[in-house]
Design a protein around this ligand. Sequence first.
Ligand code: UDP
Length: 340
Amino acid sequence: MEALVTGGAGFIGSHLASLLLARGNRVTVLDDLSTGRRVNIERLESNDRFEFVRGSAHDAAVTDPLVSRADVVFHLAAVVGVKRVVEDPVRAIESNVAATSCVLAAAARTRTRILLASTSEVYGKHSDLPFEESADIGFGPPTALRWAYACAKALDEWHALAYWQHRGTPATVIRLFNVAGPRQLGDYGMVLPRLVGQALRGEALTVYGDGTQTRTFIHVDDAIRALAACADHQEAVGQIFNIGSDHEVRIIDLAELIRARVGASGPIEFIPFETVYGDRFEDMMRRVPSLAKLKSVIGFEPSHDLASIIDDVIADMRRRQEFVASVSSESEVSVPFVSP
Ligand code: UDP
């Protein structure tokens, strides 16, 4: 089987490419290296079933031939990371929508199986926990740019499911909740590697607000297994699936756990949301997926607990020593809100 992974040099995409190769597939990674990194796929490049193409997913001249020769497309390419979205929201909106549109149009021509990576951000202000895939969604006002990313990804979802319902394109939408693991950078947001990096550098751990907001974290190895399993299941076509963990943790407790597992003694520093995000910021206080559909259709359950995710991130950062050079000043890394 021939798989195309757009955004395959990124954190999740590179792990997925590696899993697909291990399963005997041919894998092409398409990535413009805007946030993806060549080093993430370095180990894969010697495999003769692997090919890397540097280019944009919204460039039809590049995307069309790659999609047409693929049996399955994992569309992960997106502008992610708050820093990037906040610095250039026009580009973030346009390229997320344009890339998905381009990849879907190509998949429609050849009726190629496609999995669209979306995000838990699309649940917006929804507050009935746990979040079920069939739930209504509602965003804040367009003046609060946080919602631009959620809205663009929601449009991508409608687009994919419209292609399925009206053109027969076999699409599945995956809503990724917070994913963490080796190779993830804290530079664009992403609280878990960010706090691990701070702890390893002996800095204060920055907790935004009072730290009572919650998230759930799934190990990247579990997330990619679930993604690949969704591609294998015919019943998943035309459906939306949450992929995440349902173990909810307060950010303050996450910070304390990270500090304990690193063996760090630095303080926890509380930073008001307004200082980091500005006046118009709206954070969601709780975010927990329902995994009932994923379990019943795909038969999947995460296998890593939070402590083992943190330990893997610590070990990886120690090995790569990247945390030493990583961005650490508050002015450079702020306003995190984008998942994955
Ligand atoms: N957060 C934090 N300290 C940081 C970075 C993030 O307290 O240094 C908080 C952030 O306000 C949010 C949660 O951690 O409530 C998760 O942030 P992240 O950017 O990882 O993902 P999100 O789920 O918000 O997209």
